[in-house]
Design a protein. Sequence first.
Lengths: 196, 196
Amino acid sequence: MKRTKKERQRLLTETIEDNPFVTDEQLASQFGVSVQTIRLDRMELAIPELRERIKDVAAKKYENEVKSLPIDEVIGEIIDIELDSRAISIFDVGAEHVFQRNGIARGHHLFAQANSLAVAVINDELALTVKANVFFVKPVRAGDRVITKAIVRGQHNEKNRTYIDVVSTVNNDTVFKGEFEMYRTKGKGDNHETSN
Amino acid sequence: MKRTKKERQRLLTETIEDNPFVTDEQLASQFGVSVQTIRLDRMELAIPELRERIKDVAAKKYENEVKSLPIDEVIGEIIDIELDSRAISIFDVGAEHVFQRNGIARGHHLFAQANSLAVAVINDELALTVKANVFFVKPVRAGDRVITKAIVRGQHNEKNRTYIDVVSTVNNDTVFKGEFEMYRTKGKGDNHETSN
């Protein structure tokens, strides 16, 4: 039994509300219609595309979670975070981020994404970068989506230091790696708000 | 014999044309008038202040000199450069460069100034950052003027590498240090345009 358009659009709205991360392809297969039909439905219903939905969800979810800086100061969009443990962000490289001459992304933008994620992952009101060793492994270009993962790998409570490894990939290829040494006001163990 | 205002302004214009780096204090002492009088003269004659004159002179002078990127892509203003040897830039930290919460300059701006100077100093059409070890020594704040010096300290022709040390200071205090490993298309020795 084929659903009416109205019925399909009602179910579509519900499905996306339940799972904002569902793709147009998955919806098309679920409702037995073409991807183009799903896109038109979304346009009529004013439901943003997946990428925008991810950003919205992430911004709402992590707004109150990140402690060391306001979320709008993070370069890139945080899509997952567990304070003092791990964090992931995405950054879409645009024409404004590359060298005019060769179209390669400028190093400080990749550094900025990685560095601000290293700040964001810290469960403290104050986090400052002390030292960073970074490697630009492969050129990144406009249109690339950089996925950056930060992993807290150690700490030194007496020195108020946290050590963070960061890896950035484009299509699963590593493009950037960094080791960040961060200063924070208190060690993990001093912080009674965490379960660590 | 006291000069007329007209005579003083004629001489003032000439003096600044001859040496754009002369300060208002030096001009006041030379003409036996107050610094305030010099400022008013400059305003009447539409001669910009020293800082702007430095930027103008630098932009004109280095526009054709820097090879690895267009000068407007350098973060900060280059005020001196000798390709494949050394370079200096200044960067005035504004409110837009600091963390809202603590007023401390964000690391990626200091990194950007240092990194783009490391690119600019290279006498090659293509220069890319391979690796950087950076140290944020002291917090920098809005209103600070960061003076960054890059020194080429070595190279490896077979690997097409140039190694550059960068130090940034505010009022002669070191605030940032970095070691940059750069990729270039040809070694210094291959480049017949230089005298190295």
